[in-house]
Every structure is written in C-alpha cells, then in structure tokens.
Ligand binder design. Sequence first.
Ligand SMILES: [Zn+2]
Length: 248
Amino acid sequence: MSPSVESETANHSGTTIEPEAVDPSVVDGAVLARVKAEVLSAARTMYERGLVEGTAGNVTGRVTADRVVVTPSSLSYAAMTLDDLVLVDLAGNVIEGDRSPTSEKSLHLECYKLYPEVKGVVHCHAKYASMYAVARRDIPAGIDEFVVYIGGDVPCADYRQSGTDDLATEVAKHLAKRSAALMANHGMVCVGKSVDDALHSAMVVEHNAQIMHGAEALGGVVPLPEKAVTDFTNVYDFIRNHMWSAEE
Ligand SMILES: [Zn+2]
C-alpha cells in the first residue's frame, strides 16, 4: 500500500462526519435558519412569478434526514414570515411552529422518504403545466437542455384527491428519474438538490410547457433524436446520483 493511500485512509477514519453517526432528530440551528430563509424566499418568488394564485401551492426544504421545514396552510405569501414556517418530521408530526403545516405535506414528505438526495420540494399550479395536467398528458421534452434539468418528459401521474396520502404515493413514485411530475387535474410538483433548485425546475417546466403548447399549435412537437435524449438523460442521471447527495 502506498503512503498516500495509507494517509488518506487514516484521514477518513479520523473524521467525525460519519453519516451513520448523525442523529436525524438533532437540528443544527444555522442549517435550520438557512433552510427557513430558502423556503420563505422560494415561496415568495413562486407567488410573484405567477406559479400560484392566492395561498395555493407549497414549498418545503430538508434540514436533516428526518426534519423538514414546510410552509403553513392558508396564509398569504405576502404576509408570511420566518416565524410562520413549521418544522415537521417525516411522519408529519409538528416539531416546532405554531401554525398548521400545508395540507399537501404528505406529498412533500413522500418525496423526502423515497429520495434521500432530495433537499427541496415545490408544488404549484403554473398555468401551462396545469393545462397538460388537466388534459392528463405528459409534457414533452422538446428542448435538449430541458432533459439535462428535468430528466426527460414530465410524466402525468394518475388522479388522486388533493391532500391525501394516496396522492402522495401516486405522484412521488414518478420522481425517481425526474425532477418534475404532473398531478392529474391539479398541478405539478418538483424536487431538487435544494429548495432553490426545485423552484428553478418549476420555472423551467412552466417555460417548457408554454413552448410545447405553442409548438402544438404550429403543427406538433417534433421529438428530439433518440441519441440526444439518451445522452442528456445520462447527464441528468449522473448529476442526480453523484452531485445532489454531495450537497450539504
Ligand atoms: Zn395544489
């Protein structure tokens, strides 16, 4: 064994940051403050960009493996402050906060349960994406760069009633290899390596949905060549598998 390998091994064994040693119920105050700020900022941007109307939609951010910051239900985004955000565990129990968590908390929590690499989730009712959701059609990935961001076509999950665990189970299973999914007759949900990343995906999906809608009016979406889809899907998979979980 070379000296460099020996010393690297020693360094690794000497570090105090072993994943198994981290208690998911212990929350670092600085990380909690950062995630809360990201959730509030993303919620306001989601509203200001017209991705939702009124108090609809919801935003969450992961603090630890078992702690998530969620927006409250029925509160305007303009009036929302950091103190209104609620900390919950993956079972949905309120750990900290006075308000009721969003009624779609099950949807968000299911995404965190299934995908440890996911650190942010955004659910919204953006117009063009929702048109596809109401028509119960996947949004085609007609632009190659879109595949890098989202992983391919945005699949439309089957209809389940809003706010139910059934909806959470049905929708979240579509996000294994995608950053976005449609909820039939409802809207969309996006996941990301951070809250900002999930919000970015929501904006990218809405932008793409508007373009695909226009392309349909011009005679139809011409599919990307198969090789381009494969190549860019591989890029998405690599980024998700190797870079998402490497983030804090
Ligand atoms: Zn909704």
